[in-house]
Ligand binder design. Structure first.
Ligand SMILES: Nc1ncnc2c1ncn2[C@@H]1O[C@H](COP(=O)(O)OP(=O)(O)OP(=O)(O)O)[C@@H](O)[C@H]1O
Ligand SMILES: [Mg+2]
Length: 225
């Protein structure tokens, strides 16, 4: 029960570019417990997205260890990491990243199909929960930014993941809409016991977090003030 949802030990990521290396992560450590709602603050280029890509198994570290629910990502292999990502991790992005040729319903349903839970009722229910009842058949281009982000929240949460990684989830929204989205996202994660990590430039996000971390040049620090 005490096992952290995410454990990161001495994590390094160096990108190789034309012979020279850029170290985006420089030996960072982190433990996140189930149900925590974390704001990860950090300047542009500090390594937030790099960290998310590694936790989701989309990219591999140069050095160090990542465990998700006690499973070492390295020993899982490519197939194991893909399965983990599809079933245990929900992603929310700054630019929503919905598939433009799919309706709101289809975007959410696809997430269920990939997680091997193809139940249309679950997708309809998730869209209702984010306040989009009646708009299931709209395409992303027929929805406002805030509505598109609601679809993205439904898509991430519908498969009941253990972790939600939200990368600048309000970066492309006005303040009022952004606050509504943060309110909705954090409330839904709290109700379902889902662990949430929000990468952000915006100190406003901290109001919705139970814990605040700061990333500086590829290393994470606990924010105390
Ligand atoms: N694919 C890549 N190839 C080479 N360098 C990269 C790559 N992705 C990121 N970097 C570099 O790694 C560092 C960290 O980038 P990252 O995208 O993780 O920062 P970030 O904190 O998410 O920034 P932002 O707040 O602007 O989104 C930066 O110096 C960036 O230029
Ligand atoms: Mg980023």
């Amino acid at each position: 029960m005490d096992q952290p949802v995410i454990r990161i030990i001495d994590l390094w990521k160096t990108y190789e570019l034309d012979g020279s290396g850029v170290s985006a992560l420089r030996g960072t450590n982190l433990e996140i417990k189930k149900g925590e709602r974390v704001a990860l603050l950090g300047k542009s280029g500090s390594g937030k997205t790099t960290l998310f890509n590694l936790i989701a198994g989309l990219d591999r570290p140069t050095k160090g260890r990542i465990e998700v629910e006690g499973q070492d990502l390295k020993t899982l292999g490519e197939k194991g990491r893909t399965l983990l990502r599809r079933t245990k991790i929900g992603f929310i992005f700054q630019f929503f990243n919905l598939l433009p040729t799919l309706t709101a319903f289809e975007n959410v349903f696809l997430s269920l199909e990939l997680a091997n839970k193809p139940k249309p009722q679950l997708a309809l229910h998730a869209l209702k929960e984010v306040g989009l009842e009646g708009k299931e058949r709209r395409f992303p281009s027929e929805l406002s930014g805030g509505e598109q982000q609601r679809v993205a929240i439904a898509r991430a949460l519908v498969k009941k993941p253990s972790i939600i990684l939200a990368d600048e989830p309000t970066g492309n929204l006005d303040t009022a809409t952004g606050n509504q989205i943060l309110e909705l996202l954090t409330r839904m994660c709290e109700e379902s016991g889902t662990t949430l990590i929000m990468a952000t430039h915006s100190p406003l996000t901290c109001r919705y977090a139970t814990r605040i971390l700061r990333m500086v040049d590829g290393v994470i620090f606990e924010e105390t003030s």
